[in-house]
Write a protein that binds this ligand. Structure first.
Ligand code: AMP
Ligand code: MG
Length: 406
């Protein structure tokens, strides 16, 4: 049987997804994790106006000398305007309140002594300020129009806070791909429900939804289709009707009986287009499929839970990331602590492994190669790639490492 090389299938997925995405205008308050497509600039200066950094007294610095009492002519609170300050007077001022025109310094309340007099209060100071002391100057953090966040940045909370402060309400980001996930299999039961004989807990849609979200996609639906006639087609039509840009399926693509995904999407009269179903030269993850259903790209992964993890990270991850403006996850290199006694010829193998602490990039292979070992996979953090031509590896061999999505 001729198998498609991993790289060729990876490329075919990238081509299938190439039309998805584009710019989208989004509220800053909803943009956490989205990637800026256009640079974001301040709408206002920051600070917006000269304001006080302390609770204290706004003064002309030249009016202050030890023991000289200044009349307190006003009290300025945050959120209120300030009248100009007449020479030889002062105002009480709170943190964030505007500096009155004419004042050029603030003396903290801790360095003052305010006393009542017949017509109000006067204040003396224990310090003589420099011009500018405790005055937060308008525009000293950012000028209006100044770049706040560069294009290409994945928006984190500190970016959103800065943009909101600078009066920015909307940003232009890479639109996240809207992804529908469909698991197939009549044996599948939602996690937590009791299992009748022959049933198992459905886990692939949980993992796939998380893989999509962690790589910049928006999961719009998660469904399970039994293997019975018409069930998968119905779920697929629902995903398309819900506006999916992309459908990810699991299971039902291998060579057995009752393979609903393969049967529907590879059939010549099914209505699917650009359909390819076959074997990719990889282990796990051999059976794979690509197609379009009502013009929407469908990527069909095999059903074994570890195959799903490996297939997504190796074949699909970077294509999904690109739509949302995220850079590919770099493949690293490391050395094996032990050898690999046998690896299937003609297939690129991806073994689960864990980075060893303090050993300079060494990794330890965890568990066997079988694609049902999902609990064992939970202890891994990387995939070790073993070249299709290699059938065994000596200890200390340098290998490519694919970080698992985390
Ligand atoms: P399939 O590719 O449909 O033949 O499934 C291969 C193996 O993966 C079978 O043992 C299935 O029971 C298992 N499997 C398929 N889909 C899921 C799923 N969504 N969650 C957990 N196990 C699954
Ligand atoms: Mg199945």
């Amino acid at each position: 049987m001729s198998r498609r090389p991993v790289q060729q299938h990876r490329q075919a997925i990238a081509v299938l997804l190439a039309d998805i995405g584009g710019p989208e205008r989004m509220r800053v308050s909803e943009a956490l994790g989205s990637v800026l497509l256009e640079p974001a600039r301040a709408a206002t200066p920051l600070p917006v106006f000269d304001n006080s950094q302390m609770d204290g007294f706004a003064v002309r610095a030249a009016d202050v000398s030890p023991g000289v009492a200044l009349p307190v002519v006003a009290r300025i609170y945050a959120g209120s305007p300030a009248a100009p300050l007449a020479p030889g007077t002062t105002t009480a001022i709170m943190t964030g309140a505007p500096i009155p025109a004419g004042a050029n310094a603030v003396i903290p309340v801790e360095e003052s002594d305010e006393q009542p007099v017949a017509d109000g209060t006067v204040v003396t100071f224990t310090t003589v300020p420099q011009v500018g002391t405790f005055v937060r100057r308008a525009g000293s953090d950012a000028q209006a129009g100044e770049l706040i966040v560069e294009a290409g940045t994945a928006l984190a909370p500190h970016h959103l806070g800065a943009l909101a402060a600078a009066g920015v309400t909307d940003v232009v980001v890479y639109r996240r791909p809207r992804v529908a996930v469909i698991s197939t299999g009549s044996e599948l039961v939602a996690p937590g429900l009791p299992l009748a004989p022959g049933q198992i807990h459905e886990s692939n849609s949980v993992a796939l939804a998380a893989l999509v979200s962690a790589n910049g996609g928006a999961v719009i639906s998660q469904a399970v289709a039994g293997d019975g006639d018409g069930e998968f087609a119905a779920r697929l039509d629902e995903a398309v009707a819900a506006g999916a840009d992309l459908v990810l399926t699991s299971g039902g693509v291998s060579a057995g009986e009752r393979e609903p995904v393969r049967d529907l999407l590879s059939g010549p009269d099914s209505g699917a287009t650009e359909s390819w179903f076959g074997a990719v030269a990889m282990q796990p993850g051999g059976p794979q499929g690509l197609s379009r259903w009502r013009a929407v790209p469908v990527i069909s992964l095999p059903g074994n839970p570890v195959s799903v993890l490996v297939s997504f990270d190796v074949l699909v991850r970077d294509a999904v990331r690109a739509i949302g403006g995220l850079a590919p996850v770099p493949v690293e290199r490391g050395r094996l602590t032990t050898g690999v006694a046998s690896s299937p010829p003609g297939k690129t193998q991806y073994l689960r492994a864990r980075r060893c602490d303090g050993t300079d990039g060494r990794v330890e292979i965890i568990g066997g190669p079988s694609s049902h070992l999902i609990a064992t996979a939970a202890r891994a953090d990387v995939l070790v790639e073993i070249d299709a031509a290699a059938t065994e590896l000596a200890p200390d061999t340098e290998v490519p490492l694919w970080p698992l999505t985390h």
